[in-house]
Design a protein around this ligand. Structure first.
Ligand SMILES: [Ca+2]
Length: 170
């Protein structure tokens, strides 16, 4: 059993465990603001191909052009209560472009949805977002207010929390 989320509110921590959870992004449909035209083409579907290879040149990551507020999204085809989103960026360089990227969840297909969280560190390519049951059909990654490239090696979405335990922090 893997601990994916730890939320601490004042003195109480909630650990979210996922066990044999299904990554519902895999069966969704991905799109993005544009496709960077250099090989290997970073099509949007590469963030839901199930391959977490963080070297962009291996061909398993997405890549937009340098767009104003670039975005990527997955249409989950129905509404889910989303508990965890795991975003994995690249490690072969340019990870700094991810800084400030927001994970948004909701029912608006234009990415204008509530924010679950944002990327605040780029030393680790993986950021785990605890979204606490935010409801939506669309999960987006958006870099707001900046003209930037957006590349993602994998985006995982989990809605089924198997167990929760409450602990006191010390
Ligand atoms: Ca991938």
């Amino acid at each position: 059993m893997e601990i994916l989320c730890t939320r601490c509110i004042i003195t109480e921590c909630v650990f979210v465990f996922l066990s044999s959870a299904t990554n519902i992004a895999r069966s969704g449909e991905a799109s993005q603001s544009s496709d960077y035209p250099i090989q290997p083409i970073g099509y949007a579907k590469k963030a839901i191909d199930g391959v977490i290879d963080t070297d962009w040149y291996h061909g398993f990551c997405t890549h937009t052009n340098q767009d104003p507020s670039p975005w990527w999204k997955v249409d989950l085809k129905q509404k889910y209560k989303v508990n965890v989103v795991v975003v994995t960026g690249r490690t072969d360089g340019s990870m700094g472009r991810m800084m400030g990227a927001e994970v948004r969840i909701g029912n608006s297909p234009d990415n204008n949805n509530p924010v679950c969280g944002k990327v605040t560190q780029v030393s680790d390519p993986k950021t785990i977002f605890c979204c606490n049951g935010m409801e939506g059909q669309y999960v987006s990654v958006v870099i707001p207010g900046r003209t930037e490239f957006l590349h993602l090696c994998e985006v995982e979405v989990y809605s089924d929390v198997v167990a929760q335990e409450n602990h006191v922090c010390w």
